[in-house]
Design a protein around this ligand. Sequence first.
Ligand code: C5P
Length: 230
Amino acid sequence: SRKPIVAIDGPAGAGKSTVSRQVAQRLDLLYLDTGAMYRALTWLVLESGVAIDDEPSIAELASQCEIELDAQPTPIEKQSRAINVSVNGQDVTQAIRSLEVTSKVSAIAAQPIVRNELVRQQRRYGKNGGIVIDGRDIGTYVFPDAELKLFLTASVQERARRRQQDLKNQGKDIISLDELEQAIYDRDLKDSTRALAPLRQAEDAIEIQTDNLSIAEVVDRIVQLYQERA
Ligand code: C5P
């Protein structure tokens, strides 16, 4: 029988990937960042010069590309900012976090043919369980029978503030809070209004509102919920 699956969904910038990786480490589970897969494909589309509305060409790229993600639990002190991601053997760990990819990814992730292909890969990846998976539709669509479902949220203002702090910490150009709020708002709107598997909270998901919680507090809460149910 399958080992447990922990599904962690929520809007952009709620801290899902940082939290999910740490939860995976604490519970010795694998980790799958599904957003990184949509980002990797978006990077490939841009790199190939394919128009973002050219669905047949994008479908071909999606079905032929090999996306590799680092799934093994990494000690928290050794965790870099982002998990290692490659597409067709090329390291895109940094490239998939660019503003360009971030602004285009929702349009590509909305295409049913793209979702069918990447969801197929995600289900294959998680079929034996023992994994934390983060995204937008994990609890509602990819693994509706996941043993534990969390929905991480934070106000748009707080998410923009955290994003600005991230940029500062990385020594990158600072973007105004207004612009960051707008970008987050736009991406959430696109992700929650698409026809297939939109962003939404599963009925049986536990919401964690993180505005006033540290990463460690969110991780502790999820680990505790997992242990109560295991
Ligand atoms: O989680 P992250 O911000 O990296 O996700 C990038 C984008 O990938 C999202 O804004 C969304 O358009 C898409 N995505 C999705 N379904 C998922 C995960 C991400 O559509 N399960």
